[in-house]
Design a binder for this molecule. Structure first.
Ligand SMILES: Nc1ncnc2c1ncn2[C@@H]1O[C@H](COP(=O)(O)OP(=O)(O)OP(=O)(O)O)[C@@H](O)[C@H]1O
Ligand SMILES: [Mg+2]
Length: 497
């Protein structure tokens, strides 16, 4: 073994400790010439010199175990070696050794023969970059078993992604995060939260008494984009095949309508009527425009007024859920998300709404990577990902297919909350999007259990594994497949039998 070196060292476990205290993933501390070195147990090896000789093993196995065990105390020869991955060197503020004054990288290996101790919770919490006083309690640090209180500024100042296979616990984790944000006192500072809820999984928040005044649900069935607010070129966004000449004609018609109608309240139908009655317009342009607009009108997303009025919707510390559960058309969902995100970013840039966190479930549907699968909402999501930080417009992109998520958007997510991912392509994609996710981390990500996550990036100083805590307000008791079948039978089929 070429240890110790600057990135790893090994130590021999004290007798009796090899099975109990020291485990893979435990944080340790040891004194070095540069300061105190914090490391994590990466591997534990058990050695027994007694069994290093093949003949001894053969004799041991061939003889009656009980007899030979008494004669040869092989257990006394057993010892454990822990391999530690070095994380960083800390200096303490004072002699009490309770506060860290500075963290740096190691330049010199650990000292052979030095004692290795368990790292205390306080030190470790500070070392990892948690905020014990004011942080978001997402759960417990694995193995070390203390609260992982993520610093809200560090997580929300830049964008973050929640990634995992289906069923690994992304939505559950998001509920925990929402609870933490909604439980915070508004005076201490909480952004407004907007959630794109594709499956209606978060609507239950509205029924929780203590959150009732802080949660509003906006059902997509009532969603409306205000037609009078749309310019001619905005229609091109929704119907990209409209030609430049057609946009010019549409512009003329819109100007005419605006001059006619002082109320400025008109719909797509009114525009179509005006086009039909226009005598100057070229016939083929007229037919084409009517076709494009008719198709848009059919989506039932455009009306004379905006609903809900996005500018007045957001309040700090409040959660606005856009429930898209009843929407089946992916195009309609993308138009809705595009409109919400564009309006939010526009008003935020003008400082008309508070800083916000926009959480997008199934974000690969709204901001896909592949050039062939176009999404109207992709441009605005990528724009917020690139520029939103300067305006305190934070994104949380949730996806079960990181590979299908735009790499531009993903690479702007400075922090990542990664639950179990097993698909090698997805693992490769996230590894490429973040240099701190090394091969050894991707190996561990694929063996995580439901509700376990790896947090990496800006939110923490060092990657940490966390067991997500239980939801405080668990109103949605999830039903098993068999319970659902039996429920269905009771309601729909029992009578007929
Ligand atoms: N930390 C946890 N503690 C207890 N149960 C959990 C935890 N995380 C997830 N679960 C359970 O696992 C199941 C799947 O979780 P969840 O719906 O959050 O998965 P998901 O990653 O959002 O999946 P999908 O991609 O399909 O939306 C749920 O029944 C949930 O109750
Ligand atoms: Mg989910």
């Amino acid at each position: 073994m070429d240890l110790p070196n600057v990135s790893k060292y090994a130590f021999v476990l004290s007798k009796g400790k090899q099975n109990s205290v020291v485990k893979k993933g435990l944080f340790c501390i040891t004194q070095t010439s540069e300061g105190w070195l914090i490391g994590i147990v990466e591997k534990i090896i058990l050695e027994n010199e007694y069994f290093s000789n093949v003949q001894t093993v053969k004799d041991y196995n061939e003889n009656n175990l009980n007899v030979i065990k008494g004669m040869f105390p092989s257990e006394n020869f057993e010892y454990g070696i822990a391999i530690i991955k070095c994380l960083g060197i800390i200096s303490f503020k004072d002699e009490t050794k309770t506060k860290i004054s500075n963290i740096k990288r190691m330049l010199f290996p650990a000292k052979p023969g030095a004692e290795v101790h368990l790292c205390s919770e306080e030190i470790l919490s500070e070392f990892l970059g948690f905020n014990n006083k004011n942080g978001l309690n997402l759960g417990k640090v694995k193995i070390a078993d203390f609260d992982a209180k993520i610093d809200i500024n560090r997580l929300l100042n830049k964008h973050f992604a929640t990634l995992a296979i289906s069923g690994a616990g992304k939505s559950y984790l998001t509920s925990v995060l929402l609870e933490e944000l909604l439980l915070r006192d508004k005076e201490s500072g909480v952004p407004a939260i907007v959630l794109i809820d594709v499956h209606g999984e978060y609507v239950y928040f509205h029924n929780i008494k203590k959150f009732k005044n802080r949660v509003s649900i906006q059902d997509s069935s009532y969603f409306q984009i205000s037609v009078p607010k749309l310019f001619a070129k905005s229609f091109k966004k929704y119907q990209e095949n409209i030609s430049a000449a057609q946009v010019r004609e549409l512009n003329k018609i819109l100007t005419k309508i605006r001059n006619q109608k002082q109320s400025k309240s008109y719909t797509i139908k009114d525009i179509i009527d005006n086009i039909e009655n226009d005598e100057e317009i070229n016939k083929s342009t007229q037919q084409a425009l009517i076709g494009w607009l008719d198709e848009l009108d059919y989506l039932q997303l455009f009306g004379s007024q905006e609903n809900p009025p996005i500018k007045h919707l957001l309040k700090t510390g409040n959660l606005t859920i856009f429930n898209l559960q009843s929407e089946t058309s992916i195009r309609k969902k993308q138009i809705i998300v595009d409109y919400i995100a564009s309006q939010l970013f526009y008003f935020r840039k003008k400082n008309k709404i508070p800083p916000f966190l926009l959480i997008i479930e199934e974000s690969h549907q709204f901001c896909p990577e592949a050039a062939q699968s176009k999404a109207i909402s992709k441009w605005i999501i990528e724009t917020i990902a690139r520029e939103g930080r300067k305006f305190m417009a934070c994104l949380n992109l949730i996806s079960q297919r990181p590979k299908r998520l735009s790499s531009t958007a993903l690479s702007q997510c400075n922090s990542k909350l990664i639950l179990k991912i097993s698909n090698p392509y997805d693992l490769k994609h996230i590894q490429e999007s973040d240099e701190s996710i090394t091969k050894s981390y991707t190996d561990m990500i694929s063996s995580l259990a439901v509700g376990e996550l790896l947090i990496v990036g800006n939110a923490v100083n060092y990657p940490a594994f966390i067991e997500v805590r239980q939801r405080i307000c668990d109103q949605t008791k999830s039903r098993s497949l068999l319970e659902m079948c039996s429920h269905w039978w009771n309601i729909h089929e029992k009578e007929r039998n």
